[in-house]
Write a protein that binds this ligand. Structure first.
Ligand code: PHE
Length: 394
């Protein structure tokens, strides 16, 4: 009885499974497995032993088919799809393995072994191909993303320094190297600081020399950077060593004058400063800007806030005085460079310094003019027209 009952249960199971695989076969899947299942069912019904050779053959056929497909796979994505197809939960192999559990005990080891072996073969094939494809895909990516470092870059138009600013930088660098401080001041200046404190009182004829732009309420556009001397001395005690680049304004316009131009002021106030210090300092500056071989000379001049006053000439850095037809110095051998002098004691007193204890020198130069000379430019107006054909040359 017990044997009969067991047999009945097995039959019920087997036919239930057979029904499942039949449905699957109708849906187009697992044909071979269902064929075997059907046979298994029939064999079981007839009380015969199941013929396992067919299912074993089916397992190895599946493994072979999978291996061929895996070898032909060309991408990791395709490989993953094949893995799901051949080893996934609804693959034929999985179906086959489920079937094992339905089989009579004596049939299980051989069929189960065949299924496991098929699975191992497939997994091995997947691993091998996965490694190959990973390397290939990485190489392909390296190839396609490679950057040719020898290709010239896209040119990026860079600005350059204005010729005047190049000279300003050279001069300022030189004085900073000597320990001078850079001081700046406003371009709208009081009449007092631009003139009166510099020993040019109201009504003084020297004022007319400086074609001034007057603003309201005692203000002017500064005609010179010299008011920065006054501002600095009013705000600190000596010693003073400053250099002051900036924009200045005069009502003037021709090939060598523009209404706005640049000046660089210098001031040194200390104990024991002499005209020799002035000459030595400016000679070193001229060599820094125009070359080691240039010489300087001082000529007497007049400024309201310096006494004595001088103008400084630099020997022609192009011909050195040897070419009577030189375009730069016009045969003179010398180039007028700047105005300077010993700070007038009246100015020192005005800012509260004791002229008995302190002396100083001051100088003022025009970097635009210096750039014209240095770069051989004949028309100052070119500097301020913003013509790129001109500016690109610097
Ligand atoms: N400020 C004077 C000018 O513009 C130049 C100068 C500066 C002269 C300092 C002497 C000392 O003409």
């Amino acid at each position: 009885m017990a044997r009969l009952a067991r047999e009945a249960a097995r039959l019920a199971n087997t036919s239930k499974f057979a029904e499942q695989v039949r449905q699957a076969a109708e849906a187009g899947r697992h044909v071979d497995v269902s064929k075997f299942a059907e046979q298994a069912r029939q064999a079981a019904e007839a009380g015969r032993h199941v013929d396992q050779t067919q299912v074993v053959a089916e397992a190895s056929r599946l493994a072979e088919q999978a291996q061929t497909a895996v070898k032909a796979a060309n991408s990791l994505a395709e490989l993953e799809r094949l893995r799901v197809e051949y080893l996934g939960r609804s693959s034929q192999l999985t179906e086959l393995r489920r079937l094992v559990r339905e089989l009579p005990v004596e049939a299980r080891p051989q069929v189960g072994g065949a299924a496991n072996k098929a699975a191992q073969n497939m997994e091995g094939a997947f691993e091998t191909r996965w490694a190959e494809l990973t390397v290939a895909e990485r190489e392909e990516r390296l190839r396609s993303e490679a950057v040719d470092v020898t290709l010239p870059g896209v040119p990026y138009p860079k600005g350059s320094l204005h010729p005047s600013m190049r000279v300003v930088d050279e001069v300022v660098d030189f004085f900073v190297g000597l320990g001078y401080r850079v001081a700046e001041g406003p371009e709208v200046e009081t009449d007092y600081l631009n003139f009166t404190a510099l020993n040019i009182p109201p009504g003084h004829p020297a004022r007319t020399m400086q074609d001034t732009f007057f603003l309201d309420e005692g203000l002017v556009l500064r005609t010179q950077t010299s008011p920065i001397q006054i501002r600095t001395m009013l705000s600190q005690e000596p010693p003073v060593y400053i250099v002051s680049p900036g924009k200045t304004y005069r009502r003037d316009s021709d090939p060598t004058h523009t209404p706005m131009f640049h000046q660089i002021e210098g001031l040194a106030v200390d104990r024991g400063i002499t005209l020799a210090h002035l000459k030595g300092t400016l000679a070193a500056m001229a060599r820094h800007v125009f070359g080691e071989d240039v010489k300087v000379r001082l000529r007497p001049s007049y400024f309201q806030f310096t006494e004595p006053s001088v103008e400084l000439d630099v020997s022609c850095f192009v011909c050195g005085g040897a070419d009577p037809k030189c375009k730069v110095c016009k045969g003179a051998g010398w180039l007028e460079m700047l105005g300077a002098g010993m700070v007038d004691p009246t100015v020192l007193s005005e800012v509260g310094y004791d002229p008995e204890e302190f002396t100083g020198f001051a100088f003022g130069m025009g970097p635009d003019r210096m750039a014209m000379v240095k770069y051989g430019i004949s028309d100052l107006r070119l500097f301020f027209e913003g013509d790129l054909r001109f500016l690109r040359q610097f």
